[in-house]
Design a binder for this molecule. Structure first.
Ligand SMILES: [Cu+2]
Length: 136
């Protein structure tokens, strides 16, 4: 069972400090978006080089988005907006959020070699993936 929502919060604090540093170097904050809109907080607290927390909503028995770009050091957080419980489980079983109940979330850290295709153990027709795009 993984419910490490506070980890993402701490990460945002850390990246906020980095964003402040970037701002002091006269970089426009609005440009500092390492990923194409898939992550949670694409506001001023994410710098170009800082880790991002990517949000995947589970709604209507589907992962949304069902594909996103991530980097090692990022985290992926799944939040369940359905009435039924769901999981995000690697196809090869190497990582698993465990059951995520309604309005709960689970966060998994991105590592370079991790399996990038996953499904829901309760509803195996629910599948999704991510692309690990660069080593940090
Ligand atoms: Cu499910």
């Amino acid at each position: 069972m993984v419910r490490i929502t506070r980890r993402g919060f701490a990460s945002r604090i850390a990246t906020g400090a980095m964003a402040a540093f970037a701002a002091s170097a006269a970089l426009p904050m609005g440009v500092a978006r390492p990923h194409d809109g898939a992550h949670v907080d694409d506001g001023p607290t994410v710098s170009a080089d800082g880790p991002a927390d990517h949000l995947v909503e589970i709604t209507g028995f589907a992962f949304q988005p069902d594909r996103l770009q991530v980097r090692p050091g990022d985290t992926i957080t799944w939040v369940n907006r359905d009435i039924a419980p769901h999981t995000a489980t690697a196809d090869d079983g190497s990582w698993d959020t465990g059951a995520i109940r309604t309005d709960e979330s689970a966060t998994v850290p991105v590592t370079p070699e991790m399996a990038a295709t996953y499904y829901c153990r309760f509803h195996p027709m629910m599948t999704a993936q991510f692309d690990i795009v660069a080593v940090r």
